[in-house]
Design a protein around this ligand. Sequence first.
Ligand SMILES: Nc1ncnc2c1ncn2[C@@H]1O[C@H](COP(=O)(O)OP(=O)(O)OP(=O)(O)O)[C@@H](O)[C@H]1O
Length: 258
Amino acid sequence: MNALEFDRYSIRFGDFQVLREISLGVEEGSFVAILGPNGAGKSTLLKSVLGLTQGLPQEGRVQISGSVRVLGKDPGEVPPDWMGYVPQVKGFDRSFPALALEVVVSGLRRSWPLRIRPEERRRAEAMLEQVGALHLAGRRLGRLSGGELQRVYLARALIREPRLLLLDEPATGVDAVGEADLYRHLEAYQSAHSQGAARVTVLMITHDWEAAQHHASQVLLLNRRVVGYGRPEAVLCHECLAEAFGHVGHAHSLVMGR
Ligand SMILES: Nc1ncnc2c1ncn2[C@@H]1O[C@H](COP(=O)(O)OP(=O)(O)OP(=O)(O)O)[C@@H](O)[C@H]1O
């Protein structure tokens, strides 16, 4: 089964066309890196999968045409347990007076935990341990580095063992070790769920072409429309990158050198 099906999906905010005629099938078990210039519609695409586009604040009317199916359902009907989301680290409000453990438990409850039950604590600690962050459980968010925060939010996203994991630039502001750890955890999670009917699909927005080349099974090159979708070696070619970005800058040697 395809985890995601876009059929001529378009979205417009007032006069502004953000996504145009997206048609695409993402096979279950894929690791998709979404690449494209600023304003290409990458986050809007993720929000569409999360079923959040209708509630967006906007200047004009939101117009949506075509369809998106997520794990065989309309996005608004997907059980919350099936999807995990890791937002951009750079956008976090660190002044929020919360402990890392509470953030992870909030992923279990989908609400803020005023009192943490022993079973919730056990599960949250086990998850933090799995992503190498158990030592952070009692720390306040404001005291965490970008990489530490990213681990806590990854634990929060994984705690219900989602079938679809969505990440919005999770490695931005994270050092090389933190980034390598992130990919290791994602790959371990995917391979632990690689058998049987429910294979895990990962969708990650990134600006890191090299990481996409090494870790993704598929690359989606987006610039309001699909410029390319397929194996990294096919999509990260000079022509596709030039079409999406207008120029290929530093990645020229990377893609041309292969
Ligand atoms: N709610 C909204 N109302 C009006 N315009 C919006 C809204 N959300 C996004 N846009 C516009 O749609 C375009 C695409 O935004 P989006 O955040 O999806 O791009 P992106 O590819 O994720 O960009 P970046 O790489 O900069 O994060 C932008 O020009 C943005 O200003």
